[in-house]
Write a protein that binds this ligand. Structure first.
Ligand SMILES: NC(=O)c1ccc[n+]([C@@H]2O[C@H](COP(=O)([O-])OP(=O)(O)OC[C@H]3O[C@@H](n4cnc5c(N)ncnc54)[C@H](OP(=O)(O)O)[C@@H]3O)[C@@H](O)[C@H]2O)c1
Length: 466
């Protein structure tokens, strides 16, 4: 290391104050703010590019800090500090040899635990954002994998936290929109440079300091790092997964997860087709599309899908019950295709792709047609000034069409209704799924790219430990 006074120290016993409990009133006490020791490597090769390690000299103490300890968002409107927030130094695998860390490891080894008895510290691999990608399909210039040692010792985590070993990670188009560095379109917050990117995942609790979770519990996390393991405050896990429910595990990220819910909101809530309605679904062989088609069929509709290959056309007709389907790469005159497949016009269009397909649909809509806009994946790779315009929007006035964008997050009050309906339809064999499973955390970049090159079929999921 070299440098002022740190020649001997590869790892320091770093002391930090953290928030143990909110203090809405009075002067905060040691019940609210506590001091703890967190080993921190000072090795320069233990941190990623564009990071620094800082030794604090002077710390300012200010009245506004009090307002961030109340647990209430009011008054000065500063965001509240988070309970038990664990500062994760972004360490790399190499260069950690200190006796302090060894002590830590030996202590952890004594703890043991489910299936990880031998591993006190794991070489945890995670994907992080190295550079924004405003256009195109993200590459290894933008997303990189790194190894971050993680202690599996139960006493290395604060109260009400769990350590989770990821089993399945969901790969979704919205992740692309969080890599642009631009706040627009789907309005998801951008991932931060040099931080782990996140995904929906199903994982297994391997350590817990929260009474609601025990080792072996299967948990769903909407913001899991795309990593093999992670530590999280238990309150951020949305639910446990019941392995005895009769529903296969990948379905919790698919038919019972975001794609199934998006299809359900689009068809059952917003599209609301009647028996005999003419329903059109784009990206019909993808995760949302396969469920949307099946849900519309169960309502007695005539359902047509568009997708990017002949194999997928065959699949959705044979496996998902679509009445008919076409390959938009072959039938490139979309207007002519829609005239052929919808001689009586379109009553409901679940839009997954936007662009030229949306424009073509607007020439075939019936009066009072509904167009729930789930996504516009054909436009995600372009900055907004390069995206395709839709020239015939005037048709939504003349035909009194309801064109409505939606985000599943706004319909969480209906999640219970959705789960009840979907789960029974899965168990009764009325809804089926197709998965494209990638193997190993290292496959994330390739699996994300597959969504934008049409090389996926059904729901894309990574099995973390194949
Ligand atoms: N609003 C919400 O809350 C919500 C929630 C989940 C998903 N979504 C949206 O729903 C849509 C589908 O998501 P998903 O998870 O089910 O993904 P997916 O359909 O499984 O995968 C994406 C598919 O989009 C198609 N595609 C890619 N580029 C295209 C292009 N340039 N033109 C036409 N089609 C293209 C490809 O299928 P082909 O073979 O057919 O080309 C690809 O397989 C996306 O727009 C997504 O953003 C919205």
């Amino acid at each position: 290391m070299g440098g002022a006074g740190n020649e001997e120290k590869a790892v320091v016993e770093n002391r930090e104050w953290y928030l143990a409990a909110y203090a809405p009133e009075g002067v905060p006490t040691s019940d609210h703010l506590k001091l703890r020791t967190v080993p921190l490597s000072l090795a320069v090769d233990s941190i990623p590019d564009r990071h620094v390690i800082v030794q604090n000299l002077l710390i300012s103490v200010d009245p506004y800090q009090r307002t961030r300890l109340t647990g209430l968002e009011e008054g000065l409107y500063f965001p509240q500090f988070k309970l038990n927030e664990l500062h994760h130094p972004p360490i790399k695998a190499k260069g950690i040899h200190s006796s302090l860390l060894l002590q830590h490891i030996q202590k952890a080894e004594k703890m043991g635990g489910a299936g990880n008895e031998e591993k006190a510290v794991v070489e945890n691999r995670e994907w992080y954002l190295a550079a924004y990608a405003p256009e195109g399909v993200p590459t290894s210039d933008h997303l990189k994998i790194r190894t971050v040692p993680l202690s599996l010792a139960v006493d290395s985590i604060p109260d009400r936290h769990v350590i989770v070993q990821n089993l399945l990670i969901s790969v979704d188009p919205y992740q692309r929109t969080r890599l642009t560095g631009l706040e627009e379109g789907l309005y998801f917050p951008q991932f931060k440079l040099n931080e782990a990117i996140t995904a929906f995942s199903v994982g297994r609790v391997i350590r817990s300091t929260d009474s609601n979770y025990k080792e072996g519990d299967l948990v769903l996390n909407p913001f899991s790092p795309v990593a093999e393991y992670y530590v999280v405050p238990a309150e951020l896990l949305i639910r446990k997964v019941d392995p005895s429910s009769g529903v296969p595990l990948p379905d919790f990220l698919s038919s019972l997860g975001v794609p199934g819910f998006a299809a359900w909101v689009g068809i059952e809530v917003l599209g609301d087709p009647k028996p005999g309605s003419n329903v059109f679904i784009s990206a019909a062989a993808g995760a949302v599309g396969m469920y949307a088609g099946q849900l519309a069929k169960l309502k007695g509709c005539r359902v047509i899908g568009s997708t990017g290959s002949d194999e997928k056309v065959k699949l959705i007709k044979e496996e998902f019950g679509y009445d008919d389907a076409f390959n938009y790469n072959k039938e490139t005159d979309l207007d002519a295709a829609l005239s052929k497949y919808f001689p009586d016009g379109i009553d409901v269009y679940l839009d997954n792709v936007g662009g030229k397909m949306l424009e073509a649909v607007l020439n075939h809509v019936n009066v009072h047609a509904r167009i729930p806009v789930c996504g516009m994946i054909s436009q995600y790779k372009k900055i907004w000034t390069e995206r395709e315009g839709v020239r015939n929007l005037l048709n939504i006035v003349g035909k009194e069409v309801r064109l409505e964008g939606f985000m599943v997050g706004s319909y969480l009050d209906r999640f219970g209704d959705f789960t009840k309906q979907m789960q029974s339809q899965i168990i009764e064999g009325k809804i089926s799924s197709k998965f494209k499973i990638y193997h190993g955390i290292e496959s994330f970049l390739e699996s994300l790219g597959s969504l934008f090159t049409s090389s996926n079929v059904g729901k894309v999921i990574i099995e973390v430990n194949p």
